[in-house]
Design a protein around this ligand. Structure first.
Ligand code: NAP
Ligand code: F7E
Length: 329
């Protein structure tokens, strides 16, 4: 049998890099879309770049998406590209809507025009639950998004469901709760905390300025979550699935575990700063991933403490190398 081809939008992001590794390990031909920038953003995929094919496409540019799909002829498309940072969605709500909401329609239109046999995965989010209507949150929980990002993801979710029902596409929406890794962007809370704990331990930073320490999230490991994305596209029928650890922890616990890993008491270093509070907060997220566990046979392998410690250890190693190399990472 010939190799399967997967096309990943957002391959340069956290999830894109883990999914590309997974699919290469399964002997896929892996194609990623990248957008033009004055400096390359390929850091997360530099270790596998020679095994990937990269094509230029942007979620804002319909023709580039059609062209990428026509030229590469994928069996599966994973739409991971988005403006994914919640606070930025208040500063750039229109752009967030263009990327994160309408971008989904553009890529599904490209699939519809080029080849309706392509299987499609949409990266939906627990942010759609927002001010939660029930706890824990499952596929049946109503949405109540609390940010322009959350609103855009609700659109992306429903357009995926609608194209599945309108055009009989194999289209799945994965409703993923927060997932993190040493490759997480530095502005997200987990990485901000683990990077700061490492820097403070090594004398490179004095304090950590934070927002709401009472918010609760269901945090898992990105490497576990990309397995669920792939499993969704291997089923007989397309469907939507919640992917989560089914455990919730306060931001304060995250800070405590991260600082304890480097032998520090977080209370001596963390300063609360109103700058990091949001216009509307999502206070509590905790998933019910029973459907994914029973139907896909998916289970996460890394727990909360293991995840935070993995990230702290990685940041300590990175900054230790920096200091050894005289300031060059
Ligand atoms: P990420 O690290 O922020 O990566 C986002 C990716 O999207 C990057 O490759 C970025 O490319 C690309 N991108 C942004 N705008 C684009 C555009 N206009 N055209 C083409 N590409 C564009 O995000 P992530 O954490 O890997 O998340 C992957 C997806 O899952 C996102 O859709 C996110 O919203 C969703 N999600 C994430 C989580 C989570 O906890 N991580 C949970 C639920 C859902 P550049 O490198 O060029 O910037
Ligand atoms: O914030 C609180 C903040 O930015 C988590 C994205 O991947 O997951 C992510 O969205 C919590 C919030 O992630 C700081 O108020 C406190 O309650 O790491 P975050 P997020 O907003 O949950 C979902 C599932 C996605 O889909 C998104 O793409 O932490 N918090 N102090 C802080 N957050 C940040 N960033 N910085 C702080 O200083």
């Amino acid at each position: 049998m010939s190799k399967k081809t997967a096309l990943i939008t957002g391959i340069t992001g956290q999830d894109g890099s883990y999914l590309a590794e997974l699919l290469l390990s399964k002997d896929y031909r892996v194609v990623g879309t990248v957008r033009r920038s004055s400096t390359e953003t390929f850091e997360r995929i530099s270790h596998i770049e020679d095994k990937l094919e990269l094509v230029q496409a942007d979620l804002l540019d319909q023709y580039s998406l059609i062209d990428a799909i026509k030229k590469t002829n994928p069996d599966e498309v994973y739409n991971l590209a988005a403006q994914s940072f919640v606070p930025t969605s208040w500063n750039q709500p229109v752009l967030t809507g263009e990327f994160t909401a309408l971008g989904v329609t553009r890529i599904m239109e490209a699939i519809r025009l080029v080849n309706t046999n392509i299987r499609f995965y949409q990266a939906s989010s627990s942010e759609m639950f927002g001010m939660v209507r029930e706890t824990p949150q499952s596929e049946m929980t109503p949405f109540y998004p609390r940010s322009p990002y959350g609103v855009a993801k609700v659109y992306g979710h429903y357009i995926t469901v609608n194209y599945r029902e309108s055009y009989d596409l194999f289209a799945c929406s994965g409703i993923l709760f927060n997932h993190e890794s040493p490759r997480r962007g530095l502005e997200f809370v987990t990485r901000k905390v683990t990077d700061a704990a490492a820097r403070i331990k090594l004398g490179l930073q004095k304090e950590l300025r934070m927002g709401n320490l009472d918010a609760r999230r269901d945090w898992g490991f990105a490497g576990d979550y990309v397995v669920a994305m792939w499993l969704m596209l291997q089923q007989d029928k397309p469907d939507d699935y919640v992917i989560s650890t089914d455990e919730t922890h306060k931001v304060e616990e995250l800070v405590e575990v991260a600082f304890a890993r480097v032998g520090l008491d977080w209370k001596e270093y963390v300063v609360q700063d109103p700058k990091f509070y949001r216009p509307a907060e999502v206070d509590l997220l905790v998933g019910d991933s029973t459907k994914a566990r029973t139907r896909l046979g998916w289970t996460p392998e890394v727990d909360f403490k293991g995840l935070v410690e993995m990230m702290v250890d990685s940041d300590v190693a990175r900054w230790t190398k920096y200091l050894k190399n005289g300031g060059d990472v």
